[in-house]
Design a protein. Sequence first.
Length: 86
Amino acid sequence: MTLDAILEEEGTRDEFQAIAIKEVLAWQIEQAMKKEGLSRKRMAERMGTSRSQIGRLLDPHNGNVTIATLQRAAALLGRKVRLELV
């Protein structure tokens, strides 16, 4: 039995997948911030938001971050967020 099958059977596959996607995006944003030498405070200033909002953005378990916020953060780092339906 695969992990996908187990998660599907438990009814937690979608939730698990959403957390995994957010975790990867948070990690990528954090890595790009490091590459640019940006602290959370400086990133917050650039985005016109609070440092605590940046903390939520980088928290893979916080599902309340919008796609628009992810796109703004990515744009400030010279990146894009790309979503696909497969």
